[in-house]
Design a protein. Structure first.
Length: 128
């Protein structure tokens, strides 16, 4: 990626990113984010990520995006997975082992039904 050298370039880049996110949302793109901080990895998040990727192979390329993120700050709930389907609100799942990951893909992503027993409250604490 090219180094951003001015506020003007930063605003242009921001506009491009926002436009792409809106385009994906309008297309019904599925966005998955897996927490891969040290606590997530220690809890098995790499295996969770691998399972999600394998399960999503049934979808056409470009219909979903899987992102890795750092610490989400909810260590006791690791592995943590965020799922956004199209314009629906993001759902945060906790303690997502491979079995739960398969359920999330089948029931929520493909079936449209949130896996309620693994949903966690993910509102971050205010920072000073």
């Amino acid at each position: 990626m090219k180094k951003i050298g001015s506020l003007e370039e930063l605003k242009k880049y921001q506009h491009t990113v926002i436009k792409e996110k809106k385009r994906q949302t309008n297309l019904g793109v599925i966005k998955i984010s897996v927490g891969l901080g040290s606590c997530g990895i220690a809890s098995g998040a790499l295996e969770t990520l691998k399972t999600i990727r394998q399960q999503l192979e049934v979808l056409e390329p470009g219909k979903f995006s899987i992102n890795k993120t750092g610490c989400i700050g909810l260590c006791k709930h690791e592995p943590i997975v965020n799922v956004t389907v199209g314009r629906s609100p993001m759902v945060t799942y906790g303690q997502v082992n491979p079995e739960v990951a398969r359920r999330i893909v089948q029931e929520h992503i493909l079936g449209g039904k949130v896996v309620e027993e693994h949903v966690i409250e993910s509102i971050p604490l205010p920072t000073i």
